[in-house]
Design a protein around this ligand. Structure first.
Ligand code: DX5
Ligand code: ZN
Length: 227
């Protein structure tokens, strides 16, 4: 059985009730929490920073928090989010002058490092970086907003990255983000992904548990007592 992880994106949660919303998706069976950071510079939208991450930790959230930086630059935020309790920190290679150094900075803080590729971004920089990444995140929409449609060009990219990871024989996770729901998660898994970010599909659904269970059923995952 493949170890698939479901990562609800709190971008689509009710921010006025954020702690409760995170507890609700965890009770519904989510594995990790995806935390979208937007700076109104790298992307047009503006969201949340390290203080909110720390507030979730203080609220008792103990599962991994997966920080997706859609910001430029990234190095100071890497330090701040590590201090605020982040578990994974991912950034876009074009958002930092020294990708290798920023990846190392993430690991030096004891966090898992991730590199994110937009739909139009080629993946060739991975050639010299595979030993520095714990997660490769393939964007299946253009970053900045929840609720967009999954771009079909993602399938080919996922297959390519999956091949790279398997050829290298490294324990790198392949994450995918944007436009994912019950109806397409199986095909996306078939292309090689193993961490699925889903915002609107979960938070805009009337029953979080039913949606997450339906995703797991599509993935052929056993429903355990935690799921
Ligand atoms: C987009 C964000 C995503 C977003 C996904 O820039 O990185 O994490 O929340 O939302 P959905 O699942 O609604 O496409
Ligand atoms: Zn994201």
């Amino acid at each position: 059985m493949k170890d698939y992880l479901i990562a609800p994106s709190i971008l689509s949660a009710d921010f006025a009730r954020l702690g409760d919303e995170v507890n609700a998706v965890l009770d519904a069976g989510a594995d990790i929490i995806h935390f979208d950071v937007m700076d109104n510079h790298y992307v047009p939208n503006l969201t949340i920073g390290p203080m909110v991450c720390e507030a979730l930790r203080n609220h008792g959230i103990s599962v991994p928090i997966d920080v997706h930086l859609m910001t430029t630059p990234v190095d100071q935020l890497i330090l701040d989010f590590a201090k605020a309790g982040a578990s994974y920190i991912s950034f876009h290679p074009e958002a930092t002058a020294h990708v290798d150094r920023s990846l190392q900075l993430v690991r030096d803080q004891g966090c898992k490092s991730g590199l994110v590729f937009n739909p139009a971004t080629p993946i060739h920089c991975l050639e010299y970086l595979l030993d520095k990444v714990d997660v490769i995140l393939v964007m299946s929409v253009n970053p900045g907003f929840g609720g967009q449609k999954f771009l079909p060009s993602t399938f080919k990219k996922l297959e390519k990255v999956r091949q790279l990871i398997d050829d290298a024989g490294l324990p790198i996770r392949l994450q995918v983000d944007g436009g994912i729901g019950v109806d397409n998660i199986r095909r996306i898994a078939n292309a090689g992904a193993d961490i699925f970010v889903a915002g609107s599909a979960i938070f805009k659904s009337p029953d979080y548990a039913a949606t997450i269970h339906a995703m797991r059923a599509e993935l052929g995952q056993q429903l355990t007592k935690n799921h």
